[in-house]
Write a protein that binds this ligand. Structure first.
Ligand SMILES: NC(=O)c1ccc[n+]([C@@H]2O[C@H](COP(=O)([O-])OP(=O)(O)OC[C@H]3O[C@@H](n4cnc5c(N)ncnc54)[C@H](OP(=O)(O)O)[C@@H]3O)[C@@H](O)[C@H]2O)c1
Length: 246
């Protein structure tokens, strides 16, 4: 659990997609540490249960709900199961890297289904209720690759460019009703979702000359989720060791 337990999310309910692993797991731990009641989402029930156990062992509150976000019917089922929430973190996603000529149509479509279509319909499910209640915070997990050109990442980068564009449009749509919508664009992060050699090599291209831990990303998400970020909306916050500054 994070050392800074502000309690800023006391009495708030949060859904973190893709919280069975990597960055999402660290975000779930962070939000629970700040007092939120967290819905841990993913597909792998064993890792979901493990995340819930880690949160409860640290004194937090959480439960696991599984859903395959590539299936629109499962997105609706997830939304119905979860009910009203105050914080939505669209974190679930994945990357297929490789030469453009080698990327299969199925991989291209699968990335857009999980990284773009799923967040779109989760916001469609949850944001109107937040707007009706006049409060809420939505954080979309993008990537520095949404901004920089990286060979072998044209399709993945396009999914992250799309989520950043949707972040701005959703802030225009929902922030006048009190819902803040932001994105975080991490640089390379050590998780199971990326080959360690790739992560390490990308880390050396940053100004800090290293990749990040998932907790360093979760800390920023905790800030964006909380009232401490009360005047921040429509922003894409870089957490990339300065990579996009150069
Ligand atoms: N690692 C990096 O260097 C990096 C950098 C920038 C941005 N990001 C972004 O950060 C986010 C998390 O990445 P990560 O590296 O932490 O990945 P990870 O360790 O592989 O975790 C991915 C999570 O997303 C879930 N997920 C993926 N597709 C799903 C689907 N169709 N339906 C339901 N759940 C799905 C997985 O669930 P199950 O395992 O339970 O199936 C898992 O919980 C992604 O959006 C990624 O693009 C990562």
């Amino acid at each position: 659990m994070p050392s800074t337990q502000h309690g800023d999310l006391q009495d708030r309910k949060a859904l973190v997609t893709g919280a069975t692993s990597g960055i999402g797991r660290a975000i779930a731990m962070q939000l629970a540490g700040e007092g939120a009641d967290v819905v841990v989402h993913g597909r792998d029930a064993a890792r979901g249960d493990e995340t819930v156990e880690a949160i409860t062992a640290a004194g937090g509150r959480a439960r696991f709900v599984s859903a395959d976000l590539s299936d629109p019917a499962d997105i609706s089922r997830l939304a119905g199961n979860v009910g009203d929430i105050d914080v939505l973190v669209n974190n679930a996603g994945f990357a297929v890297f490789g030469a453009t000529a080698d990327l299969q149509v199925g991989a291209f479509d699968a990335m857009f289904a999980s990284n773009v279509r799923a967040p779109f319909f989760l916001v469609a499910a949850f944001a109107p209720g937040m707007a009706a209640r006049g409060t809420g915070s939505i954080i979309n997990v993008s990537s520095m690759v949404g901004q920089i050109g990286l060979a072998g990442a044209a399709a993945y980068g396009a999914t992250k460019g799309a989520i950043e564009s949707m972040t701005r449009a959703w802030s225009a749509e929902f922030s006048p009703s009190g819902v803040r919508v932001n994105a975080i664009a991490p640089g390379p992060v050590y998780t199971g979702g990326a080959a360690p050699q790739r992560t390490e090599a990308l880390g050396t291209t940053t100004l800090l000359n290293r990749a990040a831990s998932p907790e360093e990303i979760a800390e920023v998400v905790g800030f964006l989720a909380s009232p401490r970020a009360s005047y921040v909306t429509g922003a894409v916050v870089a957490a990339d060791g300065g990579r996009t500054a150069i």
